[in-house]
Write a new protein. Structure first.
Length: 316
């Protein structure tokens, strides 16, 4: 998959395609339906399969003081889109100047003149352009004027009839429901990043951890999780069972939020390595302990519980 950060002067092989358009934070099962519909059309007509999205997420531009909320920061969103075998990803810089572009101008300048789209696909709840005036009805009407086809993908729902959405994923994660978030995403929610040095207390009590900062990720419910940690080995990832705490470490009067993961079957140095941590199940809320002995005893219990959970969870 080729990635472009502009819509002007695109190479010929990117133009004239079927374009799925949206923010796609999470790349959940509903998003995959939108992207997949564009792929089906692209393959049927032998034209490029293109995904058009925006960075940063518009919400970060309009509400810069809001706490981090991303399910999939750009690097991770890109990987999940690439896994769908999309031909091209066009990611446009979203800022206040871009936000002022009218919906009609966006269609004419980006979709028609820039991408020369032959077909556009969006979800039923996609809004765009200044004052969010653009919507699926406008994409359909403007398509009839400019000569591109348009498909609006209706809500994609679970067995209970509830539509998949990024909001559902965020709600599940912030209330300790990674299993439910998994059902919407179609895969476990992951936090990934470079391992940094912590206080190294874990080593002193027999539970060494690899520590990852959350940065732009939404903060899940603070507490202990059964996890699988993926360690990059060349072009493939090796997964290890483990247990992790996401929190402020109140026993030691810390304030920053850190992910600390202990891997059951790994003995090595991960400092500076890139690690993916998939949250499988919430075990308990973070708590304050009287000291290291109490922490050690509780982590031992957490490990037993996590191992039991992961034994019943299919391998990745």
């Amino acid at each position: 998959m080729r990635i472009f950060r502009h819509y002007e002067d695109l190479p010929p092989e990117v133009k004239g395609g079927a374009v799925a358009i949206g923010n796609f934070d999470g790349v959940h099962l509903g998003h995959r339906e939108v992207i997949g519909e564009a792929g089906w059309i692209a393959k049927a007509h032998r034209i490029p399969w293109v995904v058009l999205t925006f960075e940063p997420h518009p919400r970060m531009v309009f509400m810069p003081d809001q706490a981090p909320f991303r399910i999939t920061p750009f690097r991770i969103k890109t990987r999940h889109i690439e896994e769908l075998e999309v031909d091209h990803l066009v990611t446009l810089q979203f800022d206040m100047d871009f936000a002022k572009k009218s919906a009609e101008d966006f269609i004419k300048e980006v979709l028609v003149d820039g991408l020369q789209a032959r077909h556009v696909v969006s979800g039923y709840n996609f809004y765009f352009g200044a004052h969010r005036r653009g919507n699926p009805d406008m994409l359909l009407q403007e398509g009839q004027k400019h000569g591109y086809g348009f498909t609006c993908v209706n809500p994609v729902s679970d067995a209970g009839g509830v539509a998949y959405s990024s909001t559902r994923v965020r709600d599940y994660l912030t209330t300790g429901g990674p299993r439910q978030a998994w059902d919407v995403l179609g895969r476990p929610f992951e936090i990934e990043g470079r391992v940094i040095k912590g206080d190294q207390r874990g080593r002193t009590i027999g539970f060494p951890t690899c520590n990852i900062e959350l940065h732009d990720y939404l903060t899940p419910a603070l507490g202990v999780y059964a996890i699988r940690a993926g360690i990059d080995h060349g072009t493939h990832t090796v997964w290890h069972d483990g247990v992790a705490n996401i929190g402020k470490r109140p026993t030691f009067d810390k304030r920053d939020i850190l992910l600390e993961a202990h891997l059951f079957d790994f003995d090595g140095d991960l400092y500076g390595k890139h690690v993916r941590v998939a949250l499988v199940e919430f075990i308990r809320h973070e708590q304050k302990f009287s000291g290291l002995d109490e922490i050690k005893a509780q982590i031992a219990k957490d490990c037993i519980q996590a191992k039991d959970i992961l034994k019943k969870t299919e391998p990745f």
